[in-house]
Design a protein around this ligand. Sequence first.
Ligand SMILES: [Zn+2]
Ligand SMILES: [Zn+2]
Length: 447
Amino acid sequence: MIKEFPIDTYQRIEYFIRHEQEGLYLTIPFTMPFGMESLALKYTYARRDRDEMDVPQGIFTSRPEINIIDLGLIAPDGTLVGASGSDKTSIYVSETSATPGYRPTKLVLGEWRILVGAYKVALEGVAVSYELDMIGKRQRLLKGDLHVHTLASDGVLTVAELAQHARRHGLDFLAITDHNQMAQTDALPDIPDFTLIPGIEWTHFKGHATFTGVDQPYDGSFAANTPEEVAARFTSARDRGALITIAHPFDESCPFRFDMNSLPFDCLEIWNGPMRVSNLQALGYWHSLLVAGKKIPVCGGSDYHRSQLFLFPGGPTTCVYAESAGVSDILEALRQGHVYIVYAPDGPVLELRAGEDNIMGDSVSFPTISELQIEVKGLRTGDVLQVITAQGSTPLLTAATDGDFEGTYTMTAPGFARVEILREFIPGVPMLPALISNPIYFDAEVD
Ligand SMILES: [Zn+2]
Ligand SMILES: [Zn+2]
């Protein structure tokens, strides 16, 4: 639950450099406020002499550089984010991308510094004007795929090809999860408006799990022969901040046969590739955990290796309500369960709310709050929209035409409420989930 938006911040810093400071590296501190997503910095100064001379056929304007001021940026911990000499007059930094020469960097709260290289300063000195535009985070819907393979394991595309492919399919992020190694994710390409998340699919004869969001979830190899060694991999990944997802727990060929209760994990991949019996089993298992009072977020993953019928990046798509497009915010949204899963990137779009600001994954107090608000865009004729609680399913609508839905559902008991949209994908074949949401939890108030 968030709820106050960080405030966009603009700062202008006028900085005067005296001629005697020529040849020095100086720094100008500035405060990065809380919750910033991107920083744009530009600077101007009198760079060139504007002397004019009359020449026989006109006027000649001389343009020698009288001042040369270099630019760099330093993070609060002293790390150099980047440096660009005097060539670039503006730069951009966020957690996911940055001007070449600058490293994509999380804009943490604190004192940052502009690095000022006073390479050449005129006798009268030079006034440099810096403008800083800091844009705050905003909750937005991002679509992605948390489970794909490149040619570094048994896929056929490179990371860059896969990212372009995913972007064309309408995705905003992709976690690269090759089997048991991260050779491809050491240097992920910077792709505009697209977030690549480093990851690995820890692949064992007795079960698979994805560890995403960190460069190295554990030291040494993936291999583990005892329950202790298995637990050590998971614990290390958890300690290093990876999002741990149990992959395809009921898969026909590689189900998860370790004891889930004995291993730390954040998320269950209940929808792996095309909807089929093993996914419905995972959905049923998760539902039984919810009925038992557990709060476990679910996600999906295409497990894409190569394009085939029904196999494509974003099949299914995991849609997250994240505070920014940065890796840490996407993973945080997953941990919070601010997520629904849909069969394809262009499938229905869902918003669930309860009370003022609570969305899927959040907990509210029942009966003070008992109403679930539902908004769906992109229903197709025949789609069935249902709310599912511990007591059972309640159909709210069978869509008579293509269209959108807005409505409410009132809880009669504490517990959870989640939404599913069922669709007849192939005429005559039973309806299958087209969308599965995480619940809003209506916790009983204690007096
Ligand atoms: Zn797998
Ligand atoms: Zn896989």
